[in-house]
Design a protein around this ligand. Structure first.
Ligand SMILES: [Zn+2]
Length: 265
């Protein structure tokens, strides 16, 4: 189990959630939850889903910079959700989750730990081929990296970005999500000038704790009013509950009129 993970968003929605919330992380995680603009933009004409293949960066060149504000909104606007899936890629669970997404015509943003991408390049390539997007989730998944020196924060972000881009065959991550939401103004800036939009979340499925499929499903339904960006996990242990919860949730979301989008970048 990936014990370093603290996939909580700090928003107390029910008594039982308090027990799951790591009090020491409230400050940084709350920031991830509330820091976005909440801005919705209309879909751009001709917008292509998924990542686009980019050349490997040459020395001295950077991809186009993006905003350093934490994003939550759906790119498509309207009644949409952004599925985001963290801590992989995993050779067992990520392909299963990709299949569920495909079965439902859904897309997701995968926030990857750099060495996991390096270890599973075929999975990363499949994610890209499916039209899903890549997100940098650092090298070491240190949920207290916001207390670390800037040089450490920078290498955690940029080394993981290189690993992910290498594993994907040249597609760069489009977003950066700090482990446990441990963003700093500096880390957001570093990500942004390297073309990665800081990515928060609105709905924490709490799937990481394996509370049971129905609990995951009900948590997502209960929190649906919070905003469009949902947090799930494909790494950090047995993700059979996540797989089954998505298998139930995706058709339900469609039946409720939701479409599947990506976070505003
Ligand atoms: Zn994580």
């Amino acid at each position: 189990m990936w014990t370093g993970n603290r996939p909580v968003n700090g928003r107390v929605v029910a008594g039982w959630a308090v027990a799951l919330t790591a009090a020491g992380l409230l400050t940084c995680v709350w920031f991830a939850y509330t820091g976005g603009t909440g801005r919705h933009v209309s879909a751009a004409a001709g917008k292509r889903p998924g990542a686009t293949k980019a050349a490997m960066p040459h020395k001295g060149t950077l991809p186009a910079r993006v905003s350093a504000e934490i994003t939550h909104a759906a790119e498509s606007g309207g009644k949409a959700v952004n599925i985001t899936i963290d801590d992989g890629p995993d050779p067992v669970w990520t392909p299963k989750i990709l299949q569920v997404l495909q079965d439902n015509g859904a897309h997701a943003t995968f926030c990857m730990i750099g060495p996991h991408a390096t270890a599973n390049p075929a999975v990363v390539e499949k994610i890209v081929a499916d039209g899903d997007r890549l997100c940098d989730h650092t090298v070491s998944h240190n949920t207290r990296m916001d207390h670390s020196p800037e040089a450490y924060q920078k290498s955690q972000i940029l080394d993981a970005a290189r690993m992910i881009q290498q594993a994907s065959g040249g597609v760069a991550p489009m977003y950066y999500r700090a482990p446990g939401g441990a963003f700093t103004p500096y880390s957001r800036h570093v990500a942004a000038i390297h073309g990665m939009r800081p990515l928060g979340w609105n709905i924490d499925s709490r799937d990481f704790y394996r509370p049971g499929v129905s609990t995951i499903v009900n948590t997502v339904k209960y929190e649906l009013g919070n905003g469009p960006t949902m947090l799930f996990h494909d790494g950090g242990g047995n993700r059979s509950q996540t797989f089954e919860a998505l298998r139930q949730l995706l058709p339900w979301l469609k039946s409720q009129g939701y479409t599947f989008s990506f976070p505003v970048r």
